[in-house]
Design a protein around this ligand. Sequence first.
Ligand code: CU
Length: 186
Amino acid sequence: MSASKFLVAAAAISMSATAFAAGAHGEGHGSGRSGHGGGHGAATGEPGKASEASRTITVEMHDNYYEPDSIEVKPGETVRFVVQNKGNLVHEFNIGTPAMHEAHQKEMMMMVEHGIIQGGTLNRDMMEMDMGNGKAMKHNDPNSVLLEPGQSREVVWKFSDKGDIEFACNVPGHYQAGMYGEVDFD
Ligand SMILES: [Cu+2]
């Protein structure tokens, strides 16, 4: 999907988001997760400690690509990423397998459908809201950050020994536009 098509779709969706917000008002305090929790660890690694990071890699996010577009790590290495959104759209930096990214893209589609992601805007209040089933569309897994234009955040990750790992943006259409990069083990 082109960026302009994406924006049109996001604008259309934002109208239904207003109705959604009204309906879901009150309650809140969703302690649940959006469902993309379990099972990350083994294949890709685990959250790392900044004090154990061997180096810092700055990753710039643009519309729709990363700079750098691939990285090389040592097996078991802990890396501190400083992720900066230099684009005009909301972007994600997510460390996972291709299958994890595919699954996460469906959840991100729901975030767009609910107006949580609208082009360059991220509605963090809405991410906290109860979706009516005791769950919220929080996006707080340690292997990823979701950032508005101009925002910057750190991810510290201890990589596994090997695996088919990519960093990717799962905002609808972005992965398909090429917004992912290889993690190579040296
Ligand atoms: Cu993106």
